[in-house]
Unconditional design. Sequence first.
Length: 243
Amino acid sequence: MTIAGSTGTVNHPVVSLEQWLAARKELLTKEKELTRLRDELSRRRRELPWVRVEKAYEFEGPEGRETLAQLFENRGQLVVYHFMFAPEWDEGCKHCSFWADHFDSTRVHLNHRDVTLAVVSRAPFAKIEAFRRRMGWGFKWVSSFGSDFNRDFGVSFTPEEVQGKEAVYNFTKMKVTVSELQGVSVFFQDESGTVFRAYSTYARGIDMLNGTYQFLDLVPKGRDEDGLSSPQAWVQYHDRYPA
């Protein structure tokens, strides 16, 4: 028996409970393999060597000027989300906003595991703050305007790189068409106050931070993005979805 439906569910097989259980257990074996592989990958991520952050980066935020070390807020670990928001833009990236909608609820739990989450963009702080308030977010979001931070961490590109459509992103030389792209960087601060870069990830590497995608990956239609002009063409700012 099959059942008709929308994208991803057309002609989907329908079986007995016994057949479903057999298929589910077969998939469970693969899921357990993936879990073990993910655990191993996470272990290897933690074992990566670190690099000392030598440059004295400064940011503008709600507390005024702050150094990278101050963004830790007296914790030992810092996760920075590189949010696409160029100085000349009037609002932050719609797709980064999709990710940022998941940040506030996790902060209290991160803080209790010695982790601070901060968001950094190149836009001036006044623009950032206006957009943050519009979106109703409470997380800390600071401006790296005038510094090399975004450039050094591989998420901002010069006009020449954009016009030439080639730059280094995600550790690879590739074509770029915009001045900003997304990413995540992780830092550690030792007891002396020295800051180290422990990890950075870009592109699909940030999927793990998007809770909505984790839910969509469970349902029959999945992310349902096949055939769209781009994978996230359906995404809107959360205050602009049709009622």
